[in-house]
Design a protein around this ligand. Sequence first.
Ligand SMILES: CC(C)[C@H](C(=O)O)[C@@H](O)C(=O)O
Ligand code: SF4
Length: 467
Amino acid sequence: MSPKTLYDKIWDAHVAHEAEDGTCLLYIDRHLVHEVTSPQAFEGLRMAGRKVHAPQRTIAVPDHNVPTTLDREAGIENEESRIQVDALDKNAKDFGIHYYPVNDIRQGIVHIVGPEQGWTLPGMTVVCGDSHTATHGAFGALAHGIGTSEVEHVLATQTLIQKKSKNMKVEITGKLRPGVTAKDITLSVIGATGTAGGTGYVIEYCGEAIRDLSMEGRMTVCNMAIEGGARAGLIAPDQTTFDYVKGRPHAPKGAQWEAALAWWKTLFSDEDAHWDKVITLKGEDIAPVVTWGTSPEDVLPITGVVPAPEDFKGGKVDAARRSIEYMGLTPGQKLSEIEIDTVFIGSCTNGRIEDLRAAAAVLKGKKIKDGLRAMVVPGSGLVRAQAEEEGLAQIFQEAGFEWRLAGCSMCLAMNPDQLAPGERCASTSNRNFEGRQGYRGRTHLVSPAMAAAAAVTGHLTDVREMM
Ligand SMILES: CC(C)[C@H](C(=O)O)[C@@H](O)C(=O)O
Ligand code: SF4
């Protein structure tokens, strides 16, 4: 047998049919659904008089539009948001799929809920009408976003029409230095490859620094594969993965667990597998980073300065000029001197328990800068409950953070959690596009520890100085 990559293995195990031109029909093991990209898909089924083909494999949760304030049971004010969440309530009921409504403690961001509940397992194909589905690749699952018409196709048939991507290996060798996290890895990779570097590829992240990460950290890395242009990100499952999955509500049990485990242990890239592209970074070389511009590739170590447009080549010169102007920065300005108004800790990139622990460790016994607005939005109700149990919520609140309910929140500002025009935010989310966190808002992407450090000083800060 010819050697295969992990991606090849999962792909081959799911091809139901291959056409002459290489187009395949893939079987889908898990279909995650949220309120933004599903209403038309369900409507399509209704019009055609069709059912959901595999309701037991379909899991829905409202996350993007839900308010995160404690009074959210009072309802959603914005009409468009309310309609989307109401439609999901109704569709989940009508079509008999698994559902975590807004008042369920298991509700949260779809990419946090799936793994938490044991829906996401190694070797699976996982899709969702959402680009950050890449997150689930951390389990060694082939996971990626799909469009609304594909959501309808998967609902109706449990299959997806796909062409195979190429194989790319991103290796992070050695150990990370203190203060450097999974977020710094994933941003640094995008800094090195650019946002188009992964286009046409499925990335497998490997190397000692990746192996050393917890599942939470691995999810952070894979979450941003899409920001690097890749179709999906993958990490081969190992004991860390199995330990995380075991005992979760929807993980296999007993003899089924043993059978699953035997297969999962075969899920790695063979020694001589063919890679179409290979990138290697040294773990020791990665620093705590921040973004200065309006693309995730606009990333630099916190010790750096705002670049000048002339530092770039070709089309990037104008893009950088526009970014710097939009962000209200001056070339040569030290990144650590950029003052901020807001800190947002949350999102499917960094809204898990370990992220909250990392931020709380920096904040313990400290107060946020006077006049700063800071909020923590746990990724799920269960993350929130655990953080309360561990005393993290208290640390955040005593420091001056708002302690919110779960949802996407200020990651994309579809709910009332938004930046005002000109407001500047240190954010643990994954996109710093113009207007992403509110009209004319300014976003600097950072790790949770870096966000906490910035909250204390009121400017972007090297967390290593506070350790
Ligand atoms: C709303 C949804 C379709 C979108 C996505 O696909 O990623 C959102 O989650 C985002 O992060 O921008
Ligand atoms: S938290 Fe942000 S990136 Fe993640 S699904 Fe929600 S909006 Fe998209």
